[in-house]
Design a protein around this ligand. Structure first.
Ligand SMILES: NC(=O)c1ccc[n+]([C@@H]2O[C@H](COP(=O)([O-])OP(=O)(O)OC[C@H]3O[C@@H](n4cnc5c(N)ncnc54)[C@H](OP(=O)(O)O)[C@@H]3O)[C@@H](O)[C@H]2O)c1
Length: 371
């Protein structure tokens, strides 16, 4: 059930929120989802603004959200509901932009960022299977492409799939043969520049202009610490995860530019590209993913400066059950919940399906109870 405020509620008044939850319980039943969307924005300066405006901003954007969240979680707990809390935040909750008269608005949104993560950790420690999601779309109002889904051919895509082993790709191509579109396997080692260039040449000649690039290839060389590792293994990780990704990105953008395609680049990043946890013997892997985070943002700023309407999205998964972990993630980290690869694919499709003026900058996808 989606919590629906079909009543007049002033969320600056705690009584109003409590009465609303009471009414919901009596008339609609248990709460399953809370979307904290209410927010206000008032323009004045920090050096001369009004205390009342600042209080109002915190009252609505922070305390109203906290009270509604507490009431929803209490209700979910009482009814054994594995619910979902969604905070509609803003990019201003992560970086202070040079907006005139912003006053306490970014501070309130930074508080929402902290509240979401504090709640996630609290729910983990309470072993409650309630999810927390923060939505902070980066909206780029300059974009004006229409019919985005069909212009990308998402409903009937021609996909070039690059990997070193051709057999699994051919199997995949067969498996998908009854679906719309077509998958073209191309044997490529992205550690070798020549092979990437050859792959793009083949794609241009046989498939036409590039619309979407998904940089998915990535490796981790387990087994050695930073204090005793092999230089060659470290270079190999960077060659594939960072340099290969950069070469493919450059070639895709050159092609999009030449064909006036408002395309989309997706980097399959990782949570370890944003924060460090101690996974023993992963050596330079987190460093390679931190580099991917920087590359995604550097590219976004570069594309803005070049006035190219190409989107860049970083998708950062937690533990996914794939071949990257020998024996599979489920066996290796038996105590953790693990994500299936299909759920990462869903996130990619979501990012690709957004309207032309909406750019999903970062998607973090964690298993529930991730620490
Ligand atoms: N699994 C996780 O828990 C997890 C978490 C966060 C992020 N990620 C990221 O997700 C991405 C996909 O990894 P995965 O988990 O799906 O691992 P995976 O099952 O090992 O798949 C890696 C893919 O990359 C390809 N690849 C590796 N080296 C290549 C090379 N030199 N040239 C061309 N293709 C190459 C592999 O194909 P070939 O071997 O045939 O070349 C394979 O298709 C990676 O960037 C990884 O860092 C994974």
């Amino acid at each position: 059930m989606v919590l629906s405020m079909e009543r007049w509620v002033d969320i600056t008044k705690e009584e109003d929120i409590l009465n609303t939850f009471k009414w919901i319980k009596e008339h609609l039943g248990p709460v399953h989802i809370l979307i904290n969307s209410a927010g206000i924005y008032k323009l004045n300066n920090l050096s001369s603004g009004s205390t009342k405006d600042w209080n109002d901003i915190f009252q609505v954007n922070v305390f109203g959200l906290c009270i509604a969240t507490r009431e929803a979680v209490k209700d979910m707990k009482a009814n054994n509901v594995d619910g979902h809390i969604v905070h509609i935040n803003s990019i201003a909750g992560h970086k202070v932009y040079d907006f005139p008269k912003a006053n306490v608005n970014p501070a309130a949104k930074f508080a929402v960022t902290a509240l979401a993560e504090t709640l996630r950790l609290e729910l983990n420690s309470l072993k409650l299977k309630i999810k927390v999601t923060v939505i902070l779309d980066k909206i780029d109002f300059q974009h004006s492409r229409t019919d985005h889904k069909t212009s990308f051919g998402l409903y009937s895509p021609k996909v070039a799939a690059l990997a070193r082993r051709k057999d699994p790709l051919e199997e995949l191509s067969k498996k998908l043969s009854n679906k719309k579109g077509k998958l073209f396997p191309i044997k490529t080692d992205v550690a070798k520049e020549e092979e990437i260039l050859d792959a793009f040449k083949w794609i241009k000649e046989h498939m036409g202009p590039v619309h979407i690039l998904i940089n998915n290839a990535g490796i981790v060389r387990f087994g050695k610490y930073l204090s005793d590792g092999d230089t060659e293994a470290w270079k190999e990780v960077f060659q594939i995860n960072v340099i290969g990704l950069s070469i493919a990105t450059r070639e895709a953008i050159k092609d999009m530019k030449a064909n006036a395609v408002d395309g989309h680049i997706i980097h399959i990043n990782s949570i370890t590209g944003h924060e460090l946890k101690y996974y023993p013997k992963v050596n330079v892997y987190p460093a390679s993913k931190f580099a991917v985070t920087a590359l995604a943002e550097t590219l976004r700023l570069e594309l803005n400066a070049l006035k190219l309407k190409i989107k860049i999205t970083s998708v950062s998964p937690g533990l996914v059950d794939t071949e990257i972990i020998p024996g599979g993630a489920k066996r290796h980290y038996a105590t953790n919940t693990v994500i299936e690869p299909e759920q990462i694919a869903d996130a990619v499709v979501y990012a690709l399906s957004t309207p032309p003026h909406v750019q999903i900058q970062e998607l973090t996808i964690r298993p529930i109870f991730d620490f």
